[in-house]
Ligand binder design. Structure first.
Ligand SMILES: [Zn+2]
Ligand SMILES: [Zn+2]
Ligand SMILES: [Zn+2]
Length: 94
């Protein structure tokens, strides 16, 4: 899947050639700590980790982005086709 429809986006988003989709629809870190409790899932576009969003109690996706310096996530929700860059606070649909 190419990110063809991005008109104006930061360099991190423009650099993405194909969007990584979730291997499994679970938050890997919530499963590890035994609290499978999340609202939405996001997939890191650097390493492919699928983690929970900022509306979830543990906010693993944004914590992962800060700790690992992996800037861009994609929504892992069925039917949602967008990317978000944390450092630039930039959304892009694809
Ligand atoms: Zn960016
Ligand atoms: Zn989580
Ligand atoms: Zn990552």
């Amino acid at each position: 899947m190419r990110v063809a429809s991005v008109v104006r986006a930061c360099a991190h988003i423009v650099a993405i050639q194909s969007v990584k989709l979730p291997a499994r629809r679970v938050c890997e870190e919530c499963m590890q700590i035994g609290t499978p409790n999340w609202v939405h899932l996001r997939t890191c576009q650097t390493c492919g980790a699928t983690l929970c969003c900022d509306s979830s109690p543990n906010r693993h996706a944004s914590r992962h982005a800060r700790r690992s310096a992996h800037p861009v996530i994609a929504s892992a929700e069925p039917g949602e086709r967008w990317l978000y860059c944390y450092p630039d606070e930039e959304f892009a649909e694809y």
